[in-house]
Design a protein around this ligand. Sequence first.
Ligand code: IPE
Ligand code: IPE
Ligand code: MG
Length: 247
Amino acid sequence: MDLKSQINLEKLPKHIAIIMDGNGRWAKQHGKPRVFGHKNGVIAVREATEAAAELGVKFLTLYAFSTENWNRPKLEVNALMRLLVETLHKEVETLNKNDIRLQAIGDISKLPERTYQALLQGIEDTKDNTRMTLVLALNYSARWEIIDACRRLAQQVLAGEASPAQIDEQLFSNALNTRDIPDPELLIRTSGENRISNFLLWQIAYTELYFSPAFWPDFRKEHLYQAIIDYQQRERRFGKISEQLVQ
Ligand code: IPE
Ligand code: IPE
Ligand code: MG
């Protein structure tokens, strides 16, 4: 039986987040410079996006550039930023054809001007699409996001719009970049690394984690199907015991 037909569409995660990792090692394996890996990573982005949308997933968040990634060699950072512009320009048409809305999380105003503008344009051009939302995490750091939320809340308190006692999980969530996005049920990281690397720390409190050994440029629809099947076989207890769960 093929993998896709093993997926229970009634228990589909509404939001899948992916830490796309392993581009550099994939390139090295092929005897090529790291940028070659990033370029081929775009193919995997297309595959994952298409597969998720076809299944009926409502949100797909891709970790594309972390705040820590600025510390990479300048040549690689510049190539990544250029690739982003190029990809955004190229893919917006496909996103529209597939009724996919583009969004971004992270401190995006600090991106190079051309990347920032291409991103804003992509968001604007796809804003009315409703089948799925593709969220790019760019210059994203979960700790930055949490601190930023604290700052917003502090300002609200100073302005007399909220009292400290009113600050609860709901209010805090609403101060995050992801305010309009539900928490992911499933987080995938590729390349065999078992860590979170400053991604969505608040939002993944009860997320199921799935680690794939595949390098990101090798990631295909079947890898996504496999992750979803694995997720669907798990029992999500949220602190309760098995017998308390309604089937
Ligand atoms: C992920 O692949 C892409 C980005 C972080 C931008 P890497 O570039 O981290 O690849 P590895 O981990 O060095 O193999
Ligand atoms: C995490 O990958 C960031 C992205 C996928 C954009 P890294 O390759 O930067 O993570 P570390 O440094 O190995 O933890
Ligand atoms: Mg990496």
